[in-house]
Write a protein that binds this ligand. Structure first.
Ligand code: ZN
Length: 131
């Protein structure tokens, strides 16, 4: 599955003190002030695109989770065979165009690197344009 050389990354599980999105913020914008959380503008909790991240307080964090939990009820795709929604496919295409790595997008959305690769090269989901 690594034969094409794409999708290599070994960030480790995004948990603990240095989660992937905090590391991403650190690299892009510098140190995170004590007590602040790195939150997502997009609805993907493991997304690491700096442009999708912003700083907030614990209260913001809680509000954000609540809002996203309500705003994005699982739809049919969870029950069916499809692993991704059209919105996620658009997210992959636009994030990839903005410089995201395929492996990070795969991790973010919980799919295989190959699925992301097929999407960005247009082998699958061809009817869905980038956002
Ligand atoms: Zn994102």
């Amino acid at each position: 599955m690594r034969r094409d050389g794409y999708g290599q990354c070994f960030l480790g599980p995004a948990r603990g003190l240095t989660s992937a999105h905090r590391a991403s913020w650190l690299l892009a914008y510098g140190p995170i002030p004590p007590g602040l959380y790195v939150l997502h503008r997009c609805d993907h909790k493991t997304c690491v695109r700096p442009s999708h991240l912003f700083l907030g307080t614990a209260a913001d964090n809680a509000r954000d989770r609540e809002r996203k939990g309500r705003g994005n009820p699982p739809r049919g795709e969870r029950a069916g065979r499809a692993k991704l929604t059209e919105a996620q496919v658009r997210h992959i295409r636009s994030a990839y165009a903005a410089g995201a790595r395929q492996c990070d997008l795969a991790r973010e959305l919980g799919v295989h690197d190959t699925s992301v690769h097929y999407i960005v090269v247009g082998k699958t989901w061809r009817h869905v344009a980038a956002a």
